[in-house]
Write a protein that binds this ligand. Structure first.
Ligand code: ATP
Ligand code: MG
Length: 138
């Protein structure tokens, strides 16, 4: 079983999409190993997205991630990292495949409703950034 880290972003929480997104997660065979609602601060968002700190959208992205509460999740499934990214769809909803979360719910490339880890190394960093080991229940 592999674990990945996911966020339901402020744009989706604000539009009452938590339930619809969790439904897709569970109906696609993921177990929710950890979950909490949180309000990110600019410092926390910048630390989380530090790999993007040189990108032109870094300021806008981190501001958007602090615009309202998020839901932080650890998801478990076989090959959870690629499986969750496939279920989310492409970063830009215009490029996302039919039936993916971003195709169906994202507002635009920045307000794209969910986050998913892109490697085992980043998943480990991201899970530990928000959850202690005792909060992750396999
Ligand atoms: P995430 O890491 O959130 O799961 P991703 O891996 O599909 O998304 P990244 O390239 O890691 O995409 O970008 C991180 C986030 O930055 C994106 O989810 C999106 O919110 C934002 N972003 C990416 N590219 C752009 C862009 N060109 N303009 C504005 N925001 C962007
Ligand atoms: Mg990414």
């Amino acid at each position: 079983m592999e674990k990945t880290f996911a966020i339901i972003k402020p744009d989706a929480v604000e539009r009452n999409l938590i339930g619809k997104i969790l439904e897709r997660i569970e109906s696609n065979g993921f177990k929710i190993a950890a979950m909490k609602k949180a309000q990110l601060t600019p410092a926390i968002a910048k630390g989380f997205y530090y790999v993007h700190k040189e990108r032109p959208f870094f300021g806008s992205l981190t501001e958007s991630m602090c615009s309202g509460p998020v839901v932080l999740l650890v998801l478990e499934k076989e090959n959870a990292i690629p499986a969750w990214r496939e279920l989310m769809g492409a970063t830009n909803p215009e490029d996302a495949a039919a039936g993916t979360i971003r195709k169906d719910f994202a507002v635009n490339i920045e307000k794209n409703s969910t986050h998913g880890s892109d490697s085992a190394e980043n998943a480990a960093f991201e899970m530990s950034y928000f959850f202690s080991e005792t909060e992750i229940l396999s």
